[in-house]
Write a protein that binds this ligand. Structure first.
Ligand code: UT7
Length: 408
């Protein structure tokens, strides 16, 4: 007989980890393929470089998850639930969370994907916390991971200078002491839904005569900018009021790293000094779903998160979805352990990866679906096996065109 689990009063973050692919694309690199400049990108966004992935999103997610588990000193078999926030799935079906589950060997875990674009990790955090609080599961692995490089229209200089690839993960556990989400607000601006869209992937485009892997972006930068500033600032104020917390009580703000000017405007409107705001977009760009979890892990490593302190996490993304969370950090700010699991080596520069992506998009050669590797990444030093190839076309897998670009 299944005995219902007790409802948990609180949910603590007991593990955290990240995975950033090694190849970095600089602004100077971008200026060799687009009509742009380091000066423009730094002035208008604050971004100097961004990681570009040689593997698929589930491999990045798997490595980040392995580090989070080691940080929590937990085994894969301890995990009840994996929630993967992402808008760049390796496959439409099966989901990417099940690839992470299999790679980890987390045999007892349920596995689900959440897609709310750049806010996907925050929505995943809310979902998993609520399931723990309801007693449905005792713990969960929550991952934010994206590889927008594979979905990018590399001929469009507006979005292509903004995004990077990566993954961040946390382990959540039921606890009795006050920790975890103090308050959260989630929402979506329906009127702005069409301002940000990746055309070419999804059933709307399947069998519509589009070249395999072709993606074009609708991207109204100034309007998204306006919505992001207004949306994140309003969400930040609302969640602080809901939590009964003054902005002065917040120890650190970790916002979605869309653009330094957006973050500065949100901080100004929320009445928070920039000294209390963590930014990493200078070296990471906008990591989409991975933006906040990677920033959180980096803030912990830099000792910017004090035990028991309050964190404010405002986010914004396509849809246009928005969210803000107030978190009470727990007692521990250092990992209990580390994982030896690493990505397979990358033999190419970021510019070479992007050049191959550009060549593969809209080319006239017949569309051959790429090999898909979403299994277990090798431990450091291990030989990575050659991927199996597929023999049938599947337009919804266009995003994988770059994921296995190194044959990994
Ligand atoms: O994760 C959530 C989703 N993303 C965002 O939140 C992004 C929000 N938007 C933004 O961050 C900014 O709107 C951008 C960085 C995308 C663009 O900056 P902007 O200051 O809003 O520029 P703009 O679109 O108003 O364009 C100003 C000029 C234009 O030239 P003209 O018409 O004035 O001659 C653009 O063509 O800058 C030009 N431009 C560029 N120039 C060099 C646009 N992109 C670039 C570029 N390099 N990459």
């Amino acid at each position: 007989m299944n005995i219902p689990r007790a409802v948990a009063p609180c949910v603590d973050i007991v593990g955290w980890g990240l995975c950033l692919p090694p190849a970095e694309l600089s602004n100077a690199d971008l200026a060799t393929i687009l009509d742009t400049s380091d000066d423009w990108i730094v002035r208008r966004t604050g971004i100097e470089r961004r990681p570009i992935s040689h593997v698929g999103v589930s491999q990045l997610a798997y490595v980040a998850a392995a580090h989070a588990l080691a940080c929590a000193a937990m085994d894969p078999d301890d995990i009840d639930l994996i929630v993967l926030g992402s808008c760049t799935a390796d496959d439409q079906m099966p989901n990417s969370a099940s690839a992470v589950q299999r790679a980890l060997g987390a045999r007892r875990a349920a596995a689900m994907d959440v897609n709310t674009a750049c806010t996907s990790f925050m929505y995943s955090l809310s979902t998993a916390s609520a399931l723990i609080k309801a007693g449905a599961v005792r713990n969960a692995l929550v991952v934010g991971a994206d590889t927008l490089s594979a979905y990018m229209d590399w001929d469009n200089r507006t979005p292509s200078v903004l995004f990077g690839d990566g993954a961040g993960a946390v382990v959540l556990k039921a606890c009795d002491e006050p920790a975890g989400i103090v308050a959260e607000v989630l929402g979506c601006v329906t009127s702005a839904r069409d301002e940000l869209r990746i055309n070419g992937i999804g059933s709307k485009f399947a069998n519509a005569g589009l070249m395999y892997g072709t993606t074009h972006w609708d991207f109204n930068g100034p309007e998204i900018f306006r919505q992001a500033v207004g949306g994140m600032a309003a969400a930040a104020r609302e969640v602080l009021a809901k939590a009964g917390v003054a902005s002065a009580d917040v120890g650190l703000v970790i916002p979605h790293q869309a653009n330094l000017r957006i973050v500065e405007a949100v901080a100004r409107r929320a009445g928070i000094a920039m000294e209390k705001v963590f930014t990493n977009m200078q070296a990471r760009g906008n990591l989409s779903s991975a933006s906040i979890p990677v920033a959180l892990v980096e803030a912990l490593a830099q000792q910017r998160v004090a035990p028991g302190s309050l964190l404010l996490l405002p986010a914004f993304g396509g849809g246009m979805t928005w969210s803000a969370h107030v978190l009470r950090w727990g007692k521990r700010t250092t990992p209990l352990g580390t994982s030896p699991i690493r990505l397979p080596p990358c033999e190419r520069t970021a510019l070479e990866i992007v050049a191959a992506l550009r060549a593969s998009k809209g080319s006239s050669r017949p569309s051959t679906p790429p090999p898909v590797e979403t299994g277990r990444a090798p431990r450091e030093g291990a030989v990575h096996p050659a991927p199996a190839t597929r023999s049938h076309a599947a337009p919804a897998q266009a995003q994988c065109a770059s994921n296995d670009i190194d044959g990994t």
